[in-house]
Each structure stands twice: as C-alpha cells, then as structure tokens.
Design a protein around this ligand. Structure first.
Ligand code: NAP
Length: 245
C-alpha cells in the first residue's frame, strides 16, 4: 500500500492496536489515539515503529469535540493532512434492557456515535481533499443480529451502518471512500471479560469454530485503507467466521 497518514481511534490496545501496527508495517504514519491508557498507547507507538512506520500517541476522548479537534491539529503538525481515518474506539456496558439506565444508554451511544461523528467531522476535509481518502468505521455483528444485554451497543453499531453508507455517498464525488468492518467475536479485553461458558457458546455457534484474531480484523481494515480497495464504497465487510450464516 502507498504509505499514508492514518488516524486510528482507540488504538491503545485490542483491535485498534492491531490496525495501527498493520498500517505501520505498510510504512504509514499513524496517529495512535487513546482516552486514558497512556502507557499502552506508548507501547502501540513502539510496535508501529518496530513494524516500519512512524507514530505518535495522542490523548483525546472521542466524545469531546474540543479534544478531537486538538488531536487533528496535532496530527497536522506531526504528519500533515490525514488520508485515512479509522473510527475504532468503543466500549460496552452490558445490562438487560429492563435494567438499563439512561446513563448506560447514553454512555455507549456517545462513544460509538458521537465519537464517530466528531472524528469524521474533524477529518472530513482532509479525507475529501486526499488522493483517495479512506474512512473505515468499525461496527459489529451485534449491529445486525442484536444481543441479549446489549440494546445500547447494538443500536450504536447499527447506526454506524447508516452513517457509513451516507458518508460514502457524500464523499463519492471526491474519489474518497467510506466502508465499514463488522467483526464477530475477537479475543480482546472487551471479550476476555465475558464468562467462560459464554465464550464457549460463541465458539460453538461459529462455523469456523473459534473466535477471530486482531490480525484478521486488521488485515481487512488495512485493505480497505489501501489503494487496492478503490472501487469499494458504502459496504459492510463481515469478518466473523461465518457466525451470521
Ligand atoms: P478494547 O480492547 O476494549 O479497546 C478499546 C479501545 O477504545 C481502547 O484503546 C480505549 O482507549 C478506546 N476508547 C474507549 N473509549 C474511548 C473514548 N471515549 N475516546 C477514545 N478512545 C476510547 O476493545 P476492542 O475489542 O479492541 O474493540 C475495538 C472496536 O471493535 C470497538 O469499536 C468494538 O465495539 C469493536 N468490536 C469489537 C469486537 C470484539 O469482539 N472485541 C467485536 C466487534 C466489534 P483507553 O484504553 O485509553 O480507554
């Protein structure tokens, strides 16, 4: 892939770290965004550099527009305009609907939807002006299928589908694209904290018989971020071991 300047939100660990590292292996400049895990973000920077790229860690809570705009300014100062934005930052607050507080609803929607809105607004002009800019949003199989105890998360992840298709239409005249990756279950801290019997049920329900790896998601994101995906826009790419079959 032609080396690009990339921003990956929520890149201190998990899938975001894997995406940052994989982009680094393609020689990209990577802005490693995090909210609170400073030391982990510094480790991601080391891994991106060891892989062959350049990186800086930038703290910004994606729910806070001022912090996101400051991150954009820092990205510009270090690397210049951004070609690739990966909206990956995410959280869960699982509780069955009848017990869900408005705060638990808002908190999850704020990170996934407001966060995606803020970051895309902040970097929209860069993506539109880039030679083949790339917006890649990380949704989830849960946005399609729903899941017990995840009304907030499923709603947020379903919203990402409509957002992506709309941005694909609005960016199209610039030659830039917007796509979405919908992972199945991947062994990160988000899933590790689930009880073992639930993880076993997920494995049993997945035709390929296992959870996904961070690298398997990062490979697809990096393809969408590259010039090789130039005629794909507005799509949701499922990476879930056949779990929705
Ligand atoms: P993870 O290991 O828990 O990592 C989450 C990342 O998001 C961390 O870097 C965290 O930073 C960051 N983050 C959280 N809130 C933030 C905020 N307000 N502002 C900026 N950064 C924030 O999660 P993951 O499993 O890698 O998930 C990454 C994405 O993939 C999420 O969108 C998730 O919904 C999606 N996904 C995951 C799975 C899965 O099975 N793991 C499946 C489908 C989709 P700090 O540590 O600094 O807070």
């Amino acid at each position: 892939m032609r080396p690009k300047t990339c921003v990956v939100t929520g890149a201190s660990k998990g899938i975001g770290r894997g995406i940052a590292e994989r982009l680094g292996a393609d020689g990209c400049d990577v802005v490693v965004n995090y909210r609170s895990s400073e030391a982990a973000a510094a480790e991601t920077v080391d891994r991106v550099e060891a892989a062959g790229g350049s990186a800086i860690a930038v703290q910004a809570d994606v729910t806070n527009l001022a912090e996101v705009e400051a991150m954009r300014d820092e990205a510009h100062e270090s690397f210049g305009p951004v070609d690739v934005l990966v909206n990956n930052a995410g959280i869960t607050q699982d509780v069955r609907f009848t017990e869900m507080s408005h705060e638990e609803w808002d908190t999850v929607l704020d990170v996934h939807l407001d966060g995606t809105f803020h970051c895309t607004q902040a970097f929209y002009d860069d993506l539109a002006d880039a030679e083949e800019g790339r917006l890649v949003n990380i949704s989830s199989i849960i946005g399609k299928e729903g899941n017990f105890g995840q009304a907030n998360y499923a709603t947020a992840k379903a919203g990402i589908f409509g957002f992506t298709r709309t941005l694909a239409l609005e960016l199209a005249s610039t030659g830039s694209t917007a796509n979405c990756v919908a992972p199945g279950f991947v062994l990160t801290s988000m899933v590790e904290e689930l009880p073992d019997d639930i993880k076993e049920t997920i494995r049993a329900d997945t035709p390929l018989g296992r959870l996904g790896t961070v690298e398997e998601i990062a490979d697809v994101v990096t393809f969408l971020a590259s010039d090789r995906s130039s005629f794909i826009t507005g799509e949701v790419i499922d990476v879930n071991g056949g779990k929705d079959l």
